[in-house]
Design a protein around this ligand. Structure first.
Ligand SMILES: *Cc1c(COP(=O)(O)O)cnc(C)c1O
Length: 334
């Protein structure tokens, strides 16, 4: 698998730290480590920084001058794309789901600061309107480049092969039984699967499914496996990947995408109060709630050494203030 043949543009600071969460570990009875991809640096960081290094290198190589991407109003992907576009002197257009709110908060506030163009897409929150915008910009003489929803194409997935290499170098002497992370548009998941295979790592890779996608042609696990195979092919690999290579845990979807329930609130409060680390309300809060539940129910055994991949997202906390329960878990026995 020759994944190093692809160009990258430097947007973040790597390697991101690998840290032990001592107090949370003590509280839950497992040894919990965290990979801090919330600290990639680009505009408050997050997992999209890694993907954009490959994707925007491709945009530059193709001579494009305008970037189009799509997401939810509080998309972390859109915020990091807007920041990277500013840095690289690319015009940036974001297609955001829903209607323009009265006040720009959280990630949307930051999108505005980066000077991008925002288009409100109503119910089309996954980029359904991209082709029309592409044609429109082209007709105006621009050279647009489409960054897919969540940055989840082959180039985006490639970035997480690098990330696993980084992890392998940092974690010598450690033996994680599992790696838990939030999986949504699938690029992170696909890259982690490829990296795990390439570097022959033993942990069980558990993606916590964040967003139930009822409208897609293929269910999420099929989409992710498809992306794994396409990315492997792009690198010239002849490895085979089977459905059993992919674990997408569907038990923590809660009330739906972006709805903060009791488990998410508890996970956010515990991690903040025991570690001084901010999770986000949509992705990492939900994934951490999954990890906590798996420990409490015994699915993860006491004493296991596990890794949580922090994929970022905390800027959206400010936009979710109304859904955060500030009394959650305070002084409550675990
Ligand atoms: C996008 C995102 C994810 C999911 O990553 P995918 O590659 O889209 O599956 C997880 N956490 C945060 C904070 C994100 O912004």
């Amino acid at each position: 698998m020759d994944y190093q043949q692809f160009a990258k543009v430097e947007l973040g600071f790597f390697p991101t730290p690998l840290v032990k969460l001592s107090r949370l570990s003590q509280a839950l009875g497992c040894e919990i480590w965290m990979k801090r991809d919330d600290m990639t640096g680009l505009a408050f960081g997050g997992n999209k920084t890694r993907k954009l290094e490959y994707i925007l290198a491709d945009a530059l190589a193709k001579g494009c001058d305008t970037i189009i991407t799509a997401g939810a109003a509080q998309s972390n992907h859109c915020r990091q794309t807007a920041a990277a576009a500013a840095q690289l002197n690319l015009e940036c257009h974001l297609l955001l789901g829903g209607e323009q709110p009265e006040k720009a908060e959280g990630n949307l506030l930051l999108d505005n600061l980066f000077g991008c163009h925002i288009h409100w897409a109503g119910n089309n929150r996954k980029g359904e309107d991209i082709p029309a915008l592409y044609q429109n910009l082209q007709a105006k003489g621009k050279k647009p480049y489409i960054v897919p929803y969540g940055g989840s194409n082959e180039l985006g997935a490639l970035a997480f092969i690098d990330a696993v290499k980084e992890l392998a170098e940092q974690s010598r002497g450690l033996a994680f039984s599992r790696l838990i992370f939030a999986s949504s548009s699938g690029g992170t998941h696909a890259g982690l699967i490829l990296g795990k295979r390439l570097f022959n790592l033993a942990f069980e890779l558990v993606g916590i499914n964040i967003d139930k996608d009822e409208n897609a042609d293929l269910p999420f696990d099929g989409q992710i496996l498809d992306l794994v195979r396409k990315t492997a092919k792009m690198t010239g690999s002849t490895e085979t990947f089977l459905p059993q290579d992919l674990i997408l845990n569907p038990h923590y979807l809660g009330e739906g995408y972006g709805i903060v329930g009791t488990p998410e609130n508890e996970a956010i409060a515990l991690t903040a109060q025991l570690e001084g680390i901010l999770l986000d309300p949509v992705y990492t809060g939900r994934a951490m709630a999954g990890l906590i539940d798996m420990i409490r129910t015994g699915e993860i055994a006491q004493g296991e050494q596990v890794l949580f991949w922090h994929t970022g997202g905390a800027p959206s906390l400010f936009a979710y203030a109304d859904q955060l329960d500030l009394t959650q878990s305070k002084n409550k026995p675990i």
